[in-house]
Every structure is written in C-alpha cells, then in structure tokens.
Design a protein around this ligand. Sequence first.
Ligand code: 5GP
Ligand code: ZN
Length: 135
Amino acid sequence: MQDCIFCKIVNGEIPCSKIYEDEKVLAFLDISPINKGHVLLIPKEHHKDLFDTPDDTLAAFAKTAKKIAKAIEQATDADGINLGQNNGKAAGQEVFHAHIHIIPRFSDDGLKHWPGGKYKEGEEKEFAEKIRSKL
Ligand code: 5GP
Ligand code: ZN
C-alpha cells in the first residue's frame, strides 16, 4: 500500500525503534506513547484491520503479543499491561494497517478505565442472543 505509514515502516522508508520481527510480524515503539515502552505490533503484509487479517497471522499476533508484553513488563517494571486493538474510525483507529497496542501500565499513571454502562431489563439477554446468532 503506497500511502500506508506502517507499510513504509515495514519497507524501511520510515525509521522506527524496532523491538522484534519475524517473517510475519514487526514490533516497534509507538511514536506517541501512552506510557513509555508502548509498542505497536503489526503484520508485515498490509491488512487494514482485524477482519481483514488472515487467521494464521492473527495466531502469530497473539503469540508474539504475549512474548512482547512480558518483555515490556520486565523492562519497564510495569504493574500491568494493556493490549488494545482499534477497528474502524469510531473505535479510534487512525492508521488503517492492523496493529495491536501493547502498553505498560503503572498503578499511579493516572489513566482512567473505560466507564461501565448498564443494560435495561431484558437487554442483556437480547444482546447475547443477537451476537450468538452471528457466530
Ligand atoms: P490507532 O489509533 O490507529 O489505533 O493507533 C495508531 C498509532 O500509531 C498511534 O498510537 C500513533 O502514535 C502511532 N503512529 C502513527 N504514526 C507513527 C509513526 O510514523 N511511527 C510510529 N512509531 N508510530 C506511529
Ligand atoms: Zn500498510
């Protein structure tokens, strides 16, 4: 993909602080970290989001994300690690080349968790049924 910033990183046209690579994936530091040590893990091939990424690449993703999360935890002395994956503009995706955010978290980093909502009477069952019917 000509205009994709992450493809340019894969091709070496834009520099990055590389953390890990193998034949399928590349991991590098996010240029604008939520906390220092925030890593992006991407497939080397261009896939725009989770749905566009083949299952075997996703399997490599999960395995590598775990390995990198452990390394970040040890290297930054993090109290926890968030894995985040945005799909679609409404979900906060800005770069349309699939990626996982691996973010070190600290008890005192001041970041807020997502607010939790509430289901109305009968809605929880309805949503569970709707989603199950699409599997
Ligand atoms: P998204 O919002 O799409 O889930 O996340 C995209 C991420 O890519 C952002 O956290 C942003 O800081 C990071 N990013 C955007 N451009 C670059 C770049 O040129 N280099 C690096 N290392 N990270 C980038
Ligand atoms: Zn790309």
